[in-house]
Design a protein around this ligand. Structure first.
Ligand code: ADP
Ligand code: MG
Length: 231
């Protein structure tokens, strides 16, 4: 649970996400999706509640594990690459504890993986939006997180590129067995990408299930209306 002032903006949210699956946290703007994701990441503190990752309580019950030790990767709409660092240094940023040769090897493998071989020495401003997105993915994957938290990461991309990048990104994450929590306010994105949808409204999860179950049997009129403009 999280309040801002007197108002709880996230309340009674219980969510479990499985390895190798995409769980979509879907709901209208302002319903508390980003706040939920930030609490899981550890950059926002819940007033009450528990976060467990891979069986370990990382928040609550007296535990407060900092974000960098939670085995979570983060991707946002704003890729926030470091503009003064080349692609290789952006990707290797979270691997500074490794010896240089090992780090370089890992970075090269990650760039292959996101299909950007030969981009190591380029700078973010030399890349297209789609390429920057793939660098951000490689950077998020570098520490091999168990959980990838994605807050509307595709919404800044041009429509033409978006589907391809979104499919490739989520396929790659599923292959690596990462548990993915994808936040979106777009029902059609959730319908396409989710193995499981958690439908959120006013700080609560009102329904969860497989996309077509939710689509075919929405919990109430508001949920039905929310899905009504998909074709
Ligand atoms: P969503 O991501 O679903 O659009 P958010 O989690 O960003 O929703 O926000 C949920 C509610 O909490 C909104 O009403 C928002 O204005 C409010 N809120 C979010 N962060 C803060 C904050 N740091 N201080 C005060 N209110 C906040
Ligand atoms: Mg948000």
């Amino acid at each position: 649970m999280r309040r801002f002032g007197a108002m709880p903006v996230v309340d009674d949210v219980s969510l479990s996400i499985a390895a190798g699956q995409v769980t979509c946290l879907l709901g209208p703007s302002g319903c508390g999706k980003s706040t939920t994701l930030r609490m899981i990441a550890g950059v926002e503190m819940p007033d009450r509640g528990l976060v467990r990752i891979d069986g370990q309580v990382v928040c609550g019950d007296g535990a407060q594990i900092p974000p960098e030790q939670r085995s979570v990767g983060l991707m946002f709409q704003d890729f926030a690459l470091f503009p003064h660092l080349c692609v290789a240094d952006n990707v290797g940023f979270g691997l500074v504890h490794l010896p240089a040769a090992e780090r370089a090897r890992r970075v090269a493998a990650l760039l292959e993986r996101v299909n950007l071989p030969g981009f190591a020495r380029k700078y973010p401003h030399e890349l297209s939006g789609g390429e920057q997105q793939r660098v951000a993915l490689a950077r998020a994957l570098a520490p091999e997180p168990r959980v990838m938290l994605m807050d509307e990461p595709f919404s800044g991309l041009d429509n033409r590129l978006r589907d391809g990048i979104r499919d490739a990104t989520l396929d790659l994450l599923k292959e690596t067995g990462t548990a993915v929590l994808l936040v979106t306010h777009e029902p059609d994105e959730a319908m396409r990408m989710a193995d499981e949808i958690a439908l959120m409204r006013d700080g609560r999860i009102v329904q969860r299930g497989a996309p077509y179950n939710i689509y075919n049997a929405p919990v109430d009129k508001a949920a039905a209306a929310f899905f009504s403009d998909i074709n």
